[in-house]
Ligand binder design. Structure first.
Ligand SMILES: [Zn+2]
Length: 153
């Protein structure tokens, strides 16, 4: 483990496979859990909202700091904070822009819904349609910026 968090943020070299699963240990019960699939994608992505994870031994949800990766010994909360700090600036900016644009589109829908004069239902529909339209417009950019964080140990 290097002292420089950016140096620990690495991409597998050519021919080195991205991880498809990883094992973490629950500090309190020492139980091991192998995580894979979409759960692993979400847990590894520090930009996704994950506050707790599951222990396969004691069948309990617990805070991320209560688990450590078996291969590095780093707890999951520290891991996610470190990777987030080291992530490209474009991703951090995108996270803010993305939410702002969704809110603006939703608000635009509210205004348009209110202007129709059909009351609360029109306002609600406007908000949903506005945010939905924003999501559709933003989707290709999100795909372009997508990073598979399972690559980073
Ligand atoms: Zn446990």
């Amino acid at each position: 483990m290097g002292a420089d968090p950016v140096l620990d943020y690495r991409t597998p070299g050519p021919g080195e496979p991205a991880l498809t699963q990883r094992t973490y240990a629950h500090i309190s019960c020492h139980g091991l859990t192998v995580i894979g699939g979409s759960d692993f994608v979400r847990l590894a992505n520090p930009f996704s909202v994950v506050k707790a994870t599951f222990c396969a031994k004691c069948s309990q949800m617990d805070a991320l700091a209560a688990f450590v990766w078996v291969d590095t010994g780093e707890d999951l909360r520290t891991y996610r904070n470190r990777v987030r700090k080291a992530a490209p600036a474009a991703l951090k900016i995108w996270e803010i822009i993305h939410i702002t644009i969704l809110v603006l589109f939703g608000f635009g829908g509210v205004v348009l819904g209110a202007l129709t004069g059909f009351g609360r239902l029109a306002v609600l529909c406007g908000a949903l349609l506005g945010a939905g339209l924003g999501a559709v417009i933003l989707w290709p950019i999100g795909r372009l910026l997508h990073v598979d964080f399972r690559r980073y140990l």
